[in-house]
Design a protein around this ligand. Structure first.
Ligand SMILES: NC(=O)c1ccc[n+]([C@@H]2O[C@H](COP(=O)([O-])OP(=O)(O)OC[C@H]3O[C@@H](n4cnc5c(N)ncnc54)[C@H](O)[C@@H]3O)[C@@H](O)[C@H]2O)c1
Length: 306
């Protein structure tokens, strides 16, 4: 890995991956349209190409000029309610935009490795830990676009010499988050009040530190598991909304109270999303280094210092 193109590098997970790539001495180009990401998240040592994934000619020109050997493709429209409200934009960005990246990578003749971000949202609801063998069954527009990305990645691996890694990300937690997911939403709202209106409190999620997510991405890129490999990137531990609020209360040193509000309840919601991460551990030697408390403290410090 020497010359790396990182799409979505101004975003939450991408900016942490950027830190690791630069620490390894890679020459890093970030492609991002700054729609959700922020310029200040892109490390100064990286080159920022401000470009929309949907601009096929622009993407091709970026690859032609770059001579990249590795691509980390994270740019996407990611917030589930936003994707449901804007299905056309979600498809254009996540499906068409991804095809533009894959086609340009293949046409370049220089790219040997490519990582692409999928999601736990491709899975059906499942009571216990879920492994990669379970058939995909997305329940929303976002999951559908990511499931399509997995098909696109399989075709790329079949039709080119590029070695492809697909990471199914569970719920990242930490500083620099750009979308109003549960943790940033709570951290934002406790600035004003200790009582928070909330939707459904029972769904359990597998929260993974964003820094561990980033090491998972690199572990897959470093590995050697055939023309295409797909792994869950999660911890295997799940917490519901009440537990997360309790953990944050401890860090905040004030009791956060949750008040369920009917209007905030999502119509379609999985009750449990829990990674079986044994494949990532055994094939790539990856281990999570941060506890849920570390991750929430990192998120808390980042939000309170802004
Ligand atoms: N955060 C999570 O918990 C999580 C979970 C599952 C999967 N993922 C996936 O991981 C990847 C990164 O997620 P994130 O949480 O860092 O999200 P993010 O929104 O912080 O980052 C996505 C980046 O993509 C950029 N982008 C969006 N549309 C673009 C376009 N048309 N052209 C160019 N750039 C564009 C945004 O500006 C942003 O910087 C995404 O593919 C997401 O679907 C994230």
């Amino acid at each position: 890995m020497k010359k790396v193109l990182l799409t979505g590098g101004a975003g939450f997970i991408g900016s942490h991956v950027a830190d690791l790539l630069l620490a390894r001495g890679c020459e890093l180009t970030v492609l991002d349209n700054l729609s959700f990401g922020r310029r200040e998240h892109v490390p100064a040592a990286a080159r920022l190409v401000e470009l929309d994934l949907a601009d096929r000619a622009g993407v091709q020109a970026c690859f032609a000029a770059g001579g990249f050997d590795t691509v980390v493709h994270l740019a996407a429209i990611h917030f589930i309610p936003y994707c449901n409200q804007h299905p056309d934009l979600a498809c254009r960005t996540n499906v068409e935009g991804t095809q533009n990246i894959f086609d340009a990578a293949q046409a370049s003749g220089t790219v040997a490795r490519l990582f692409t971000a999928s999601t736990a949202a491709v899975y059906p609801d499942c009571a216990g830990p879920i492994d990669e063998q379970v058939a995909r069954a997305p329940m929303d527009v976002y999951g559908m676009t990511k499931s399509a990305n997995e098909e696109q990645a399989a075709i790329l691996a079949r039709r080119s010499d590029i070695r492809v890694s697909v990471g199914r990300f569970f719920n990242a937690v930490g500083g620099r988050e750009t979308n109003p997911h549960l943790v940033p939403d709570i951290l934002q709202r406790i600035r004003a009040a200790d009582l928070i209106e909330i939707g459904n409190t029972s769904p359990k999620r597998d929260y993974i530190d964003v820094r561990d997510m980033a090491t998972g991405v690199l572990a897959m890129l470093d590995g050697n598991a055939g023309p295409i490999d797909t792994c869950n990137i999660g911890t295997g531990e799940v917490y519901d909304v009440v537990e997360i609020a309790e953990f944050i209360s401890r860090i905040h040193r004030r009791r956060i109270e949750l008040r369920p509000a009917e209007r905030l309840i999502r119509k379609v919601e999985r009750q449990n999303l829990q990674a079986d991460s044994r494949r990532l551990q055994t094939r790539y030697g990856w281990r999570a280094q941060h506890s849920i408390h570390d991750s929430l403290a990192y998120a808390y410090d980042w939000y309170t210092q802004r």
